[in-house]
Design a binder for this molecule. Sequence first.
Ligand code: ARG
Length: 461
Amino acid sequence: MPLWTGRFQKELSKTTNDFNSSIGFDSRMYREDIEGSMAHAKMLGQCGIITQSEADEIIRGLSFILTKIEEGKLPIDMEAEDIHTFIEGELTKLLGDTGKKLHTARSRNDQVALDVRLYLIKRTAELVERLKDLVRVLCGIAKEHTKTVMPGYTHLQRAQPITFAHHLMAYAQMFIRDMARLEDAKRRTEVNPLGSCALAGTTFPIDRDITTRELDLAYWSRNSLDGVSDRDFCIELASALSIIMVHLSRFSEEIILWCSWEFKFVELDDAFSTGSSIMPQKKNPDIAELVRGKSGRVFGDLQTLLTVMKGLPLAYNKDMQEDKEAIFDAFDTVKMCLTAFTPMIETMTVLPQNMRAAAAKGFINATDCADYLVGKGLPFRDAYKATGMIVARCIGLGKTLETLELSEYKAICSLFENDVYAAIELEKCAFARNSQGGPAPENVSEEIRRIISMIGDGENG
Ligand code: ARG
């Protein structure tokens, strides 16, 4: 039986009921729905809107229902309109008239807004922990590679020497910003809409401080219309999740490049690679490719939320039922991606010799060669030009900066001396870049320490 019997003479047709129903995707919030109802019942009792013993009976009934659901002894009825209707229905089956009093001074509009918030607060906290795990893994690998020279790229062209640790720690910075974004959006999710009722509050003497405290939320929403209409928190979270996917996708793209034969900077563990059905030699980075591909889903979820909300007049509209599949899918997808991605990174084999070999080609020490001339007193622009001529000479002779004879150097600029070879040595070039935030090993080690002291080493929970 639907909740609105009284006004209606006919029941919904089966197809309309199926179309209207959200239980297929909102039943995952059963726990939050029950927690919210318990807080509401407690408040109703304390404010004398129902008797104390009725409130106690409702809370006991709800707790019984929760246990039954968790033990798998109370299957969720997929014919119910939504999780709120189902639980209220079960409570009424259990308690009769007392159960029917729970919905006093409440509407499903404030109820659903609360449930989604409570559910997403937990999911956000969980994702922050998973991001921390990933950052710890990055720090762990980076620690071993503060002196592993690799080419840094711009335009995917070898540009200047860096270290593998420096490259990994660039991603650590992105994931730390992601955590901060999630925490920030979480603060605006920790708001209590309960007591907004359908849209206009209530004449019952409710006390929203009680439910806010009871649910461990920060404050109650300041306007009853906004309380039931606001889905900004879903959009903000979906946007933070989309940015995480941008980062995971860029990282995946690099992993995919790095395990190609053209690079071979890393080799993925067999457990995180797949073979080909026809080409026996193949080892494919499917996990990284899937993560890259799944970014599209999460961006789509954000787009869904923005589009669902953009034309809605205040206050609640049924369109808003569409918020849940989108935001839940975004959370599920990011969690799934992190669950596969972190151990894939943790178990990959790093191949420093190949990184070093790639760094040795492509004149990535040309800037250092120019800087050498600057050290000898030449203005940078002139040094830049002379070095460009040297690179052209090397290309003509099939040589590198390291193997070009001093006489060739001197023919282009008389300031060159034998010490140029030491100045352009790759390790020296990478390690000496000790400007703040640069790749010098002591900088990167210090940053790893700073990050670990910020997020913890994961040993104590
Ligand atoms: N299942 C609904 C949703 O997810 C719950 C709120 C229903 N409110 C209403 N007035 N029909 O949005």
